[in-house]
Design a protein around this ligand. Structure first.
Ligand SMILES: *Cc1c(COP(=O)(O)O)cnc(C)c1O
Length: 404
């Protein structure tokens, strides 16, 4: 059906659950940093599907790998071996320096799988009494939308009226190592944390926080689980955000850009015996580790490295952040970011961030507001200097307007 005979927005609203409030643009095509709407208008994508299309829209090499694999074999289930999984394991382990890999699909599934695995490790290796394992998490976390995960969210929108929830989680402030030290008990099996809190508005912890966190986890035999689903794979200008503090997590979670936006692919990576506690029949996923997912993820990881996207994220991220800092506008309270994970926080009097995002849409930029006052900026990692400057010009004219 052509765009002239169907009103996409009204039809979505009529049939769909209303669990999103999208900006009023209907996209039909993407290439690199650009997307086009059904009318042919072009936009710079400054959300990148929450960092899932870091490699740029419809990257030709990932596309070719996907099409080639789809012609050969898509799904075997893990009841049989396939000729892509071993290669995926080998390549993701080499890239990240991990020893064990558990392939899943969505990010939330990777988080759930990590929770199951660290609990099992706690009972079988650390010796925590059965049913007593505790996991420490941070306030304002975002780890996904499944029941197990939303139960330890502190955002009322996220958990309201979805209970009852599973016990076994303790919530501490983010960026506060002393709070972690106090919260650890003999039954603590893991500390689950984002290196930078993305959904909370790109909240960067104080320097030295993760060094201290690493020390505390090691001293207390607590597994450090870093949710790098958004920060990982180059987004912050390093392969993994943990590298900014020179630490190594015990368990690392990847998703989103692991497929370059082609397919849901996630993974739990562990550097010790956490994943080693899983035995046949104790965990699984029909689609996890399927040959199509593995072929796509292999290509997505390959182009990230071969095409220098991680270095580009560091370089263009610094340029973008400097440019944002140079914008003199009364509406801006703070700009912050690491690599191409950036945010502009508005003054409460400036009006809602949503209005600024709508104004940016009118200028050819798609960005997403988060928590009323913050505009998040996270373009694909293939963005060029000219494109950064182009975006900055439009951001400057938009932010000097006042939508209060
Ligand atoms: C997006 C995200 C998730 C959840 O991933 P889904 O694929 O949406 O389930 C988990 N953790 C973080 C940090 C994320 O950004």
């Amino acid at each position: 059906m052509s765009s002239s005979v169907i009103d996409f927005i009204a039809t979505e609203a009529r049939f769909g659950a209303q669990n999103y409030a999208p900006i009023g643009v209907v996209l039909s095509r993407g290439e690199g940093v650009w997307v086009w709407d059904t009318e042919g208008n072009r936009y710079l994508d400054c959300l990148s599907a929450y960092s899932a299309v870091s490699q740029g829209h419809c990257h030709p090499k990932i596309l070719a790998a996907m099409v080639e694999q789809a012609h050969r074999l898509t799904l075997t289930s893990r009841a049989f071996h396939n000729d892509q999984l071993a290669l995926f394991y080998e390549e993701i382990a080499a890239l990240t320096g991990s020893h064990k890999v558990l392939p899943m699909n969505s990010g939330a599934e990777a988080v759930e799988s990590a929770i199951k695995s660290v609990r099992k490790w706690g009972y079988e290796v650390k010796g925590v009494p059965d049913g007593q394992a505790e996991i420490i998490v941070c306030a304002n976390n975002f780890h996904g939308r499944t029941l197990g995960i939303v139960g330890f969210s502190t955002d009322p929108e996220t958990h309201g009226h979805f209970g009852p929830f599973a016990p076994g989680f303790r919530i501490i402030p983010f960026g506060d190592a002393a709070a972690l030290e106090q919260a650890i008990t003999p039954n603590t099996v893991a500390f689950l944390v984002e290196p930078i809190q993305g959904e909370a508005g790109v909240v960067i912890p104080p320097a030295g926080y993760f060094t201290k966190v690493r020390e505390l986890c090691t001293a207390n035999n607590v597994m450090l689980v870093l949710d790098e689903i958004q920060t990982g794979l180059g987004r912050t200008g390093k392969l993994l955000a943990e590298q900014h503090e020179g630490i190594e997590a015990d368990v690392t979670l990847l998703g989103k850009a692991l497929s370059g936006g082609f397919y849901p692919v996630s993974a739990v990576l562990s550097n010790n015996d956490v994943l080693g506690t899983l035995r046949p029949g104790q965990h699984g996923s029909t689609f996890g580790g399927n040959p199509l997912a593995c072929a796509v993820a292999r290509a997505a990881m390959r182009v990230l490295v071969e095409e220098g996207m991680i270095e580009n994220a560091a370089r263009q991220g610094a340029r973008f952040l400097d440019g944002l800092k140079d914008i003199r506008a009364n509406t801006i309270r703070e700009v912050r970011g690491r690599g191409l994970m950036l945010a502009v926080e508005l003054h409460p009097e400036a009006g809602r961030a949503r209005r600024y995002c709508e104004a940016l849409q009118g200028k050819g930029i798609l960005a997403k507001d988060t928590h009323e006052q913050t505009i998040r900026i996270a373009p694909p990692l293939v963005i060029s200097s000219d494109q950064v400057d182009w975006a900055l010009e439009r951001l400057a004219t938009t932010l000097t307007q006042d939508f209060s």
